[in-house]
Design a protein around this ligand. Structure first.
Ligand code: FE2
Length: 419
């Protein structure tokens, strides 16, 4: 028997079972065998010497249309979401298909080299020619042999914030956006915000799409669109197809209201997406001291059994000028900001950038290192989840759809001082 790829001496990570020492054989783009010792040859054989094999990272929330534009046309001096929206409104006047595609593919390659093989990106559909959306739809096709990309029709300026925006949203869905987006807290009035959530659910049913709403991304404890999303999810039964992104106001709600809402949330299977790198910097800007952390109640949601996954949100743009696309940075920030420092909590933070993300994106059928599945996996220079996050472990190999996509040499530090 000869395989295309044979990985020897793997520490195979599983979310609920102990790490197993195994060999993994790959043929025809699929995982052909997993066993303690596979007696066969392969075109390429890698001895992993006990390094960790994990399913790939999942980026649940990023804006690839604005990636790598930091400083264009100017820097965000206040560091707020709202100044970022104004700067992006200027920058998006200059968008071209080539500009969007070039930056998005560069960002996706950077993500893939760090082990991300599933990405959900928002595309701003508030500009009149839908260039961001069309660019990302073309990119989705161009990268499909090595990256699964989902595109969200995202009305950055509000569905009712401009005369044409509602029609542009619908046009984006007809053109093939995978997910219906929204931004109720940025609609002109609370009533418009409520109306926008109802419209999003109608579109999702009509076009058979998933939902991912930027929801309550503000420190205002009166921003309560999550309850509207929850009510729509309960009434429509669409919960598991719905994601609430950011929900930072949830971190500012009084406990009496928050615990009532948690009870309603348990009646749904809504997915939550937190973006801790960016929200720790964007939120709290109008606070003096004490200054809020501006991240949703991740620990409580996790304790309640809700599905929480994580996103980078921005990679070098007008909202967040930093970032590389590394999901271990995101998990590390989350565990600090949310004080999830217990051993099971740290493991849960790793799960949020892997299995939970796959659940959010509804790609579970393509996900997981199991015989018969598409061979998507990464090799980390780590021994377990805790070690991977603590050291932001190097991703040594990335295998996508059975092919070796990227490799990194193990960095070596050498002590040059006195003994
Ligand atoms: Fe976002």
């Amino acid at each position: 028997m000869s395989y295309e790829l044979l990985l020897r001496n793997c520490r195979l990570l599983h979310p609920t079972e102990p790490i197993a020492p195994v060999d993994i054989a790959i043929a025809n783009g699929k995982i052909a065998a997993i066993a303690p010792e596979i007696s066969a040859s392969a075109q390429l054989e890698l001895d992993l010497a006990g390094q960790l094999v994990s399913p790939p990272f999942v980026e649940s929330h990023v804006h690839l249309d604005s990636a790598m534009t930091a400083g264009e046309p100017r820097w965000n001096q206040s560091g707020t979401l709202f100044e970022g929206i104004e700067i992006w409104r200027e920058r998006k006047q200059d968008l071209t298909l080539e500009d969007v595609k070039k930056r998005a593919i560069a960002a996706l390659k950077q993500q893939a080299m760090q082990g991300v093989l599933f990405v959900r990106s928002h595309a701003d559909v508030s500009e009149s020619n839908l260039i961001a959306l069309q660019g990302l739809l073309e990119v989705r096709e161009a990268v499909k042999d090595w990256m699964t990309l989902q595109v969200v029709a995202f009305p950055q300026d509000g569905i009712y914030g401009g005369e044409k925006n509602e029609a542009l949203m619908e046009e984006a869905l007809k053109l093939g956006a995978d997910v219906v987006g929204g931004i109720p807290h940025y609609e002109l009035t609370r009533e418009d915000g409520v109306r926008s959530v109802h419209r999003i659910f109608e579109w999702a049913e009509q076009y058979d799409r998933l939902i991912d709403i930027h929801c309550d991304e503000i420190d205002d404890d009166n921003s309560r669109f999550l309850e509207v999303v929850t009510a729509c999810a309960i009434r429509s039964g669409m919960g598991s197809r719905v994601s609430a992104s950011h929900t930072t106001a949830f971190g500012s709600y009084n406990n009496a209201y928050a615990y009532k809402l948690l009870g309603f949330l348990r009646r749904t299977a809504i997915n939550f997406i937190a973006n801790p790198l960016i929200n720790i910097t964007l939120q709290g800007r109008t606070d003096t001291y004490p200054k809020r952390r501006g991240v949703t109640r991740v620990k409580e949601l996790w304790q309640q059994g809700m599905n929480v996954s994580l996103g980078h949100d921005c990679i070098q743009d007008c909202w967040y000028s930093l970032g590389t696309g590394n999901m271990l940075d995101v998990a590390s920030m989350l565990l600090h900001v949310s004080q999830m420092t217990g051993a099971p909590e740290i493991n849960a933070c790793y799960d949020m950038v892997t299995w939970n993300g796959a659940k959010t994106l509804h790609v579970e059928d393509q996900y997981g290192v199991e015989v018969g599945n598409s061979a998507n996996l990464i090799v980390l220079d780590a021994i377990d989840r805790f070690d991977a996050i603590r050291r932001r472990a190097t991703v040594r190999y990335v295998i996508s759809q059975g092919k070796l996509l990227a490799s990194t040499d193990r960095p070596q530090m050498h002590w040059q001082g006195e003994a």
